[in-house]
Design a protein around this ligand. Sequence first.
Ligand code: SF4
Length: 426
Amino acid sequence: MQPRRPTRQVTIGDERVGLVKVGGGLFGTTPAPVSVQTMTTGYTYDVDACVAEINRLTAAGAEIVRVAVPEKKDTDALRQIIPQVRVPIVADVHFHFQRALEAVESGVHKIRLNPGNIQDRAHVIDVIQACKARNVPIRVGVNEGSIIERRDKQLRLKELGQFFSDNRRGYLLAIMITKLEEYLDIFYEQGFYDIVISAKSMDPVTVIEAYTEISKRFDHPLHLGVTHAGPKETGCIRSVVALGTLLASGVGDTIRISYASDAQYEVEDGLELLYSLALRERKGAELIACPTCGRIQVDLITLVQDVRKHVSPKIDLPIKLAVMGCIVNGPGEAEGADVAVFAGDRRGIIYVQGEKVANVPEEQILERLLAECLAFQDKVKRGEARLGEKTVQIIPPDPIGELGSGWETIAKKQAGGATPLTVGKS
Ligand code: SF4
């Protein structure tokens, strides 16, 4: 992991919804944790539905939420939406600079402008001045999909001609950076530096190259994202490969994962990415689960999904919870777990920090696991236990014999007899 790239810091929000700092490290500021943002999928003018979606995304962990404002009824709706939410709201503005002015009037906390479709210098200056008067930051987002000229046919033909020339990616980067530089010059002329930059593409390699280049040229915080990433199943890979690479190299201050799916998945996966790179302190359970194989004797995949659905939401401490299919690889894979279940022949043995607390039939595993997790969480909160502190030690044939998962067969192959299998810190 490379150190975070220092940037100017931008603050989004207000006292009521909370202030989210993005970037930092320059001019005496401390770098803020990388934040996770998302965008609503419903119509902004449908106030009740929009508020409900924003609040659901906030509960899932979104720290900034963007909404589309294609029409005046959307920017009008912001006046009713903002007082009912507890997260900074960003207005996503395209084509009509008036939407940005209206959104600022409605109390929005940040504006996103697209240089690809709001180009009139006077209009851009109007938006900058409105934002400056209210301390509203602006994200300048140069998306691959909208960066090529659309209105001026001559210019469009010229740009497209170069785009399809021998070096598609190189040309795209050049045009993204050139347009960004030209656009930002207007901001600098107006003395406006509350800027976040994004340069998204559907191609993860272009995303990596574009942000890497931009990080060398500008000192503004960067909003990372792979645009049009597709459904969650494949979009996850596209997003994580690009954003993970950039974040590991110290580039990126706020992220949005985009899926053609419920935005809650964007938030959950964005947080998991940051936890995985140790860029954020984990909130809630860390679920470890084996992939299952031909040794499995319980319905582990359903059990893991049930644990995710029913146990994880009730845990607010970073408890390591291992759900393992059998004793063969379970101990190694569950290393360091605070709470672990090892399944066998239609049964599961549950350990809490080294102590075997239950041996239950398959249908009772979920309920008992939940009870043990909650009891352990209470103990930690009362100061009677510490996360990741103790050793889980499993000595065959216990619990293999208890589980009935083939100890005799394993024992025959073990010339030296029982060897302790150790899980956790020794
Ligand atoms: S823990 Fe057991 S069931 Fe799960 S993948 Fe490993 S060997 Fe297979």
